[in-house]
Design a protein around this ligand. Sequence first.
Ligand SMILES: NC(=O)c1ccc[n+]([C@@H]2O[C@H](COP(=O)([O-])OP(=O)(O)OC[C@H]3O[C@@H](n4cnc5c(N)ncnc54)[C@H](O)[C@@H]3O)[C@@H](O)[C@H]2O)c1
Ligand SMILES: [Zn+2]
Length: 443
Amino acid sequence: MRDAVCQFHALCEGLAALELRGLMPPGREKQIWRDALSGRPRAGRGRAMGSLWAGFGSLRSDYPRPDARSARRPCRTVEGLRQHVLVTGGAGFIGSHVVDALVSEGHRVRVLDCLEGHAHVGPPPYLNDRADYTWAEVQDEVALRRCLAGATAVCHQAAMVGLGVDFKDVLDYVRHNALGTATLLRTLSRSGFGGRLVLASSMVVYGEGGYRCPVHGPVRPGPRSEEALRRGVFEPPCPSCGKRLRPAPVPEEAPADPRNVYAATKLHQEHLCVLFGREARVPVTALRYHNVYGPRMPRDTPYAGVASIFRSALEGGSAPLVNEDGRQLRDFVHVHDVARANLIALTRDEPAPGVFNVASGDPRSVGEMARTLAEAFGPGAPAPVVTGAFRIGDVRHVFASTERAERLLGYRAEIRFRDGMREFASAPLRTSVGPVGTASLTG
Ligand SMILES: NC(=O)c1ccc[n+]([C@@H]2O[C@H](COP(=O)([O-])OP(=O)(O)OC[C@H]3O[C@@H](n4cnc5c(N)ncnc54)[C@H](O)[C@@H]3O)[C@@H](O)[C@H]2O)c1
Ligand SMILES: [Zn+2]
């Protein structure tokens, strides 16, 4: 059976290659499978198809009547399922670690990445020489079809990230994130993809995290007013009684409340993927990463996360500038843990459809993160400065409930905050372009 399934994948790739070379009309794949598996090959018996028909013949005797969608399961190895994964955005910070994790476990990996101009100045030095790379946009359906040949799973990391400079970035975010995802899904739908889809989503879809009022219990505060922020009142009040709230972990079922363009496009990606999954009966797992840090993070741009902005400041001999009063809480999760969450979602025996927080479960304040990083940087490092500055649209506290990911996905972070920050203090960062930004707390 194992050989038959491997052979099945070889045949899928063969058909896709014929289609790309113009030797098989587009969209004929399903008919050819039907004919071949019923033992009555009729269509397209040209010379180029000869060896494929022979392959179909032995597949038929080893593996009678698989239906094309359910048979597109990966081959089984001693360790588990050997997947053939397309990683979009696999040259990026998180995607590249996902690629490394998959390759080191023996999976086959193809990357589609456009080396997007806000993120890269060229191919980064850390690419994995055991993965195949295609430099193209996810909006490019021809490139996508080529990369999808034989794929048993898709890991969709490609996106334009961060808060951006201002609203004028809106078209770029919508093009890369919304249109890119829509094109990927339409291509998967057209090709009859029956594997699993894992989406890189983000905690930004929540807006503010969880809060409890001593009188009203769990509440959802709205955006903080500019006037309150100017007065240095950073805590959002209870929307019903105005009392001070206690921050609480945010569970996946919390209502979405995107507060900026990037967040709106991440939520849109989730919605599109879930709709596709329902129609195509493809298991879709959306991983809502919290604040990811680690090696290969881009240097300080408005598209980078707060940890790399502090790291870049320390490297340049300046103090990290901490917004508000530094007491805002986040969940900083190491990129190796995030890559492992993807590996689990992509390769565990049974897919785990649904939405999951991917976090450390150990919330810290931004001020503490700046201090820990500065200490780890060395004795001469300048101490962080708490500035009281603020950014409209930033949320006060957001950190994860990790219960669902532990229970249903079998994922739990392993790298402890202090160990991760110690490593991050000297980890290689990625050179990217763009004006120097203020500390963005989005991811
Ligand atoms: N870094 C974080 O803290 C964080 C937090 C939550 C979610 N995420 C999500 O994780 C994913 C990866 O983010 P990252 O931090 O590694 O960012 P990154 O910029 O390092 O990586 C994104 C990669 O996608 C590529 N890309 C962008 N648009 C593309 C397109 N249209 N076609 C093909 N490739 C394209 C870029 O070239 C880049 O290599 C994103 O989906 C992001 O929204 C990141
Ligand atoms: Zn109240």
